[in-house]
Design a binder for this molecule. Structure first.
Ligand code: ZN
Length: 180
């Protein structure tokens, strides 16, 4: 698949199909969106929010979550604010998210079936990494969104004038529901 993508890329560039995407690194709408990596949202989310190339910083991970106050998603939000002028943040979870009810009890046998050894899992635990917690999903999408919004709003490095609002987007229709 990657070889096919490389071939496609050569013709994309040769035909100058990039020209309509040209913009700079500063988000025109001064907006960051923290959302899920779900492939149903790849085009749907920007289309449903009316976002074009250059409009918003879109940060996507499994579930659209802040796992800890100093994780990669939080770091990206800080970069978006301090380096790129973002003033508003939308946390956008979605319906039927794969990270909902995700659990280490599913990961562990899947990892073992793919050749990951018990010793490896034990060593990681001994290093103080709690895989059960780290690979845990959420069980209630609304409360998960509220938690993420609260974590961002209360973060010691987030300026108080940054607007943070939470939503669930319908994975089929793109309809946004605000979570208060
Ligand atoms: Zn998801």
């Amino acid at each position: 698949m990657i070889d096919q993508i490389i071939d496609y890329n050569h013709s994309f560039v040769a035909q100058k199909n990039y020209e309509r995407y040209i913009t700079d690194k500063y988000p025109n709408k001064k907006l960051a969106v923290l959302t899920c990596m779900d492939t149903r949202l790849t085009e749907l989310l920007p289309a449903a929010l009316g976002l074009k190339n250059g409009d918003a910083k879109i940060i996507a991970n499994a579930g659209g979550l802040i796992i800890s106050p100093f994780d990669s998603a939080m770091r990206s939000l800080l970069v978006a604010i301090y380096e790129l002028g973002v003033e508003e943040i939308m946390v956008v979870a979605h319906t039927q998210c794969g990270a909902c009810n995700m659990s280490y009890s599913h990961f562990r046998p899947a990892m073992q079936a793919r050749g990951i050894k018990d010793e490896t899992l034990d060593i990681i635990s001994e290093c103080g990494i709690d895989l059960t917690q780290w690979l845990e999903g959420f069980h209630d999408t609304e409360s998960s969104v509220r938690k993420t919004v609260t974590t961002i709003k209360n973060h010691p490095l987030i300026p108080k004038d940054i607007v943070v609002r939470g939503f669930i987007i319908d994975s089929v229709t793109g309809a946004l529901q605000e979570i208060q």
